[in-house]
Design a binder for this molecule. Structure first.
Ligand SMILES: Nc1ncnc2c1ncn2[C@@H]1O[C@H](COP(=O)(O)OP(=O)(O)OP(=O)(O)O)[C@@H](O)[C@H]1O
Ligand SMILES: [Mg+2]
Length: 336
């Protein structure tokens, strides 16, 4: 019962002895240091000691859009911060269930946010290690009888103290096959999600409609998920900002007209098959970098300036097959 209340890195944490009647008593005793000060008295104390704000700020800065997701993460962080303050007042509470489900189309940031979430939960002392183990059905479910339980348990062992991220979680359940081994994995997961929830956070991810169907058939799983976060598709303007962020992180920038060309590219790309939001942006920029490199490579004797090396030109974008054949340059002029 009087276990340490905090498990912060570099622990300056002290067990808190509740102060009798704080203010009045202190006013009369000049050597007030006699009464131990609780490690945390304000939200700012907890934020400062856990350094969780740095991760939340990074999340805000590095990830474009996702306003509802970010707001939800702040809510969860707030809950944990207040829980710490409550604990410092001796108000014991069961640790909240933090299993989550991230739904959204490919490339909307689910894995990226899950990794940040692991960091946040770690900094707030909710999980011991803060690592993320990402798996799919094949990592959990065996091919033969007797193989599934050891496989699932091995994964759980690796994930303990951190976050277990199960991508396309609905593949664990195959209603068409009554004797599917996936069910065994689900049952083990359910147990651990209930009994070891202060040492492991499970995040299920996948397409929204399929996750919904999965939950309908697996109410036990659904009832253990406390937070449902939906990752919307990005608007073209947001994808463009994602592009800016990605380029800046790699020390590139758009040259004159290149950003407009990329805007044009994205308008076309979103309508194409296999569009994968921010992942498609990353792939398109990777290809633009290849073209930039080929362009520079072709000019053997030119001294390449810093600007040459860091600039993606409109032609590097418009050479994409999405623009069809050589009409690219006309469009560049139009877009500029
Ligand atoms: N909001 C964002 N701002 C900037 N970059 C982003 C954003 N969302 C995703 N990305 C980047 O896009 C790429 C794909 O993101 P991520 O892998 O997290 O998506 P996902 O939803 O897990 O996709 P999938 O369902 O295909 O696994 C990553 O490189 C990530 O850094
Ligand atoms: Mg992913």
């Amino acid at each position: 019962m009087n276990a340490p209340l905090y498990s912060l890195p570099g622990s300056q944490a002290q067990a808190f002895v509740p102060r009798a009647s704080s203010t009045d008593a202190d006013a009369n005793v000049s050597s007030a240091s006699a009464a131990p000060t609780p490690a945390f008295r304000t939200v700012a104390d907890v934020l400062a000691q856990s350094q969780v704000e740095a991760v939340m700020d990074e999340l805000d800065r590095d990830l474009v859009g996702l306003a509802p997701v970010k707001a939800r993460i702040r809510d969860i962080a707030a809950l944990l911060v207040i829980d710490k303050l409550r604990a410092a007042h001796g108000l014991a509470a069961q640790s909240p269930s933090l299993h989550m489900c991230f739904t959204g189309n490919p490339g909307t940031g689910k894995t990226t946010v899950a990794m940040r979430m692991a960091q946040i939960l770690h900094r707030l002392g909710y999980i011991r290690k803060g690592h993320l183990v990402a798996v799919t059905r094949d990592d959990l479910v065996g091919q033969y009888i007797g193989h599934t339980a050891p496989k699932t348990k091995e994964v759980l062992k690796k994930a303990m103290g951190g976050v277990l991220f199960i991508d396309e979680a609905y593949y664990l359940y195959r209603p068409e096959n009554e004797r599917d081994y996936g069910q065994e994995a689900i049952e083990i997961l359910l147990q651990v999600m209930e009994n070891q929830r202060d040492d492991l956070v499970v995040i299920l991810a996948g397409y929204k409609d399929r996750i919904d169907t999965f939950f309908k058939s697996n109410p036990g799983m659904s009832s253990r998920i406390a937070h449902h976060l939906d990752f919307p598709d990005y608007a073209v303007g947001e994808l463009l900002s994602v592009g800016d962020t990605m380029l800046a992180a790699q020390h590139y920038r758009f040259g004159p007209g290149a950003r407009d060309a990329f805007d044009d590219y994205l308008q076309r790309r979103v309508a194409q098959p296999h569009f994968a939001n921010a992942r498609s942006v990353r792939n398109a920029l990777d290809r633009a970098r290849l073209r930039q490199a080929s362009r520079l490579f072709a000019d053997r004797d030119r001294v390449l300036s810093h600007e040459d090396l860091t600039t993606i030109e409109a032609c590097d974008i418009r050479a994409s097959r999405l623009f069809g054949a050589p009409s690219g340059t006309d469009q560049a002029a139009q877009a500029a």
